[in-house]
Design a protein. Structure first.
Length: 60
């Protein structure tokens, strides 16, 4: 992974976290993050399928 790619990913994650932090409740933040994951799972390069509703993800 190049430094440019790492910087772009960092900026993207910071933007996502900034939007979520503005939401008033923990439940709304959870819905925001899970919704983002569901909309963007197809773009992730993973070897295994990820279930956005799994207990491990929900704990995050």
């Amino acid at each position: 992974m190049t430094n440019d790619t790492k910087e772009k990913m960092s900026d993207l994650l910071f933007g996502i976290m900034s939007k979520a932090d503005k939401l008033p409740s923990l439940d709304e933040k959870k819905k925001f993050y899970l919704g983002y994951l569901e909309r963007n799972l197809d773009y992730l390069d993973v070897d295994e399928k990820v279930d956005p509703h799994s207990e491990e993800i929900e704990e995050l």
